[in-house]
Design a protein around this ligand. Sequence first.
Ligand SMILES: C[S@@+](CC[C@H](N)C(=O)[O-])C[C@H]1O[C@@H](n2cnc3c(N)ncnc32)[C@H](O)[C@@H]1O
Length: 197
Amino acid sequence: MSTPRWFTETKEGHSEWYIERFRTMARENDLAGEARLIDAMVGRGSRILDAGCGPGRLGGYLHAVGHDVVGVDVDPKLIEAAQQDHPGPRWLVQDLAEPGLPALADAEPFDAIVCAGNVLVFVAEGTETAVLRNFRERLAPDGFAAVGFHVNRGLTPDQLDAYAADAGLRTDLRLATWDVKPWHDGADFAVTILRPA
Ligand SMILES: C[S@@+](CC[C@H](N)C(=O)[O-])C[C@H]1O[C@@H](n2cnc3c(N)ncnc32)[C@H](O)[C@@H]1O
């Protein structure tokens, strides 16, 4: 299996720096904006996958407001931080590109998948379709995946649409921000809602 760019394009100690950065920000800021949009889009007590969850800020919020949350990330240090800082969800080490997502073997289909914070930019190059295919296979028939990333980091919205189509997903909605500003040419960020085709 290819190594995610999260490991190959960052320096030694990056995981520890990232964990501490978000712990500091959590004390000072609102860190759950993306999760508040997801919460508004699903029914109460939904099943939600936090895909590439990092240290757990989004899954932690979604669990706190009553959803059944599973978070997966390829970085064991970040999963350990999620377990410490946000007890409640199931936090699992899993490469999102691995066929079938074996860590989720016993999981029921998800009503929503949140894939925020540039995760798709950090997966190993060439594995984007494999990741999205796993999303497709794990979604309930009326479920959706919300994918957010900066568009100047090697992945464009058009490329995402093509990868998604190959994976059996269709682009339902594109926004420029997680607080629902409309998509427009020149936007530097894209939030895309994908549904089973
Ligand atoms: C910038 S962080 C975002 C973390 C979290 N989604 C958030 O918004 O706070 C990117 C995350 O993608 C994860 N990641 C990258 N490639 C991955 C893969 N192939 N499978 C699972 N997680 C991956 C990294 O480990 C890292 O936690």
